[in-house]
Design a protein around this ligand. Structure first.
Ligand SMILES: Nc1ncnc2c1ncn2[C@@H]1O[C@H](COP(=O)(O)OP(=O)(O)OP(=O)(O)O)[C@@H](O)[C@H]1O
Length: 300
């Protein structure tokens, strides 16, 4: 694994509004990173700086070991902006070919790559459609296809599934997941369950200040599992404490337990599920580590 994004003490303000404040983080190749935070936290500003749309006031950014704007980065990092627009006058194939040519492909290569990316997003049959003939979800997929032109190494997707129905959102998630071996995605979304499924690392921004989280963390000799049971079974917490390997149990919600266990305990998850079966407990969800929601919002 190598570092593909290195951000050091980055700050950006708009007049007196500090949108990013001393933000530092690194991203390794092959990881899928979530960028989360409340409205106005600075996510779009951070994406815009990473893409080179906005200049920071201070700090440095290196992409693939090169400073922002370096010619060798051309086409290596692409983005789907939050409110990406397409031109209603041209077919989607024409538009994508045009963007391919802007990326430095010749016309034949651009057409070939357009065919490839339209197939990836499941829109091969719509190549001649104009944008106003497509549904909201299909338009979003065209924008994602655009971001995938030319085989970039890093793709930033700002709210890729916002406003999509569950089926379309699911298709986009599965596309991201299937491409994540070749492409490092950085995803901004308000959908924590979505990021939970897709991301190994989390960058949390709040009022321009960043904190980073590792999803499947091991702290010292402890590991964590979050177990959500189907209902509030009698004495569940006390009984869980008696399971071998368990170090500590805390309750994040009514039926949800955060189980800290000895990291040397192999196949603890299977052991835990057998224990649930033994006590006739049905479970809703088992998450390796903390849930994203608990990581971000639980105070203790
Ligand atoms: N062009 C601009 N001029 C002035 N202020 C701006 C500008 N762009 C962003 N801001 C301010 O910077 C802060 C961060 O905005 P940003 O759009 O990056 O947040 P965000 O995390 O993407 O929010 P959301 O989740 O609502 O999309 C906000 O307070 C916003 O009002």
């Amino acid at each position: 694994m190598s570092t593909i994004v290195e951000v050091n003490r980055l700050s950006k303000s708009f007049g007196s509004k500090q949108a990013l404040s001393n933000v530092s983080f690194t991203i390794e190749s092959g990881s899928t990173t979530a960028l989360v935070g409340p409205n106005g936290a600075g996510k779009t500003t951070l994406f815009s700086v990473l893409c080179g749309y906005l200049r920071p006031n201070s700090g440095s950014v290196k992409i693939l070991d090169k400073p922002l704007g370096h010619p060798s980065l051309f086409g290596k990092l692409t983005a789907l902006p939050q409110d990406a627009m397409l031109d209603p006058r041209f077919s989607i194939q024409k538009q994508l070919c045009f963007y391919g040519v802007l990326q430095g492909l010749n016309k034949i290569e651009a057409l070939k790559d357009t065919t490839r990316v339209l197939e990836l997003v499941g829109l091969s049959d719509n190549h001649n459609s104009q944008i106003n003939e497509l549904s909201h979800g299909m338009r979003k997929r065209v924008c994602i296809a655009q971001a995938l032109l030319g085989k970039p190494q890093i793709v930033l997707l700002d709210e890729a599934t916002a406003g999509l129905d569950p089926l379309n959102a699911r298709e986009i998630r599965s596309l991201i997941s299937s491409l994540s071996d070749e492409v490092s995605f950085i995803l901004s979304s308000h959908d924590l369950a979505e990021l939970e499924r897709l991301c190994s690392h989390v960058l949390y921004l709040d009022k321009g200040v960043l904190s980073a989280h590792n999803r499947n963390e091991q702290i010292g000799s402890s590991k964590y599992i979050t177990l959500q049971l189907h209902e509030q079974y009698k004495d569940a917490k006390e009984l869980l404490k008696q399971l071998s390997g368990v170090l500590h149990i805390s309750q994040s919600q009514n039926k949800e337990f955060i189980i800290e266990y000895q990291s040397c305990f192999e196949q603890f998850d299977i052991h835990l599920l057998k224990y649930c079966y033994k006590h006739n407990w049905q479970y809703r969800q088992v998450v390796n580590g903390h849930t994203l929601e608990n990581q971000l919002f639980q105070k203790d």
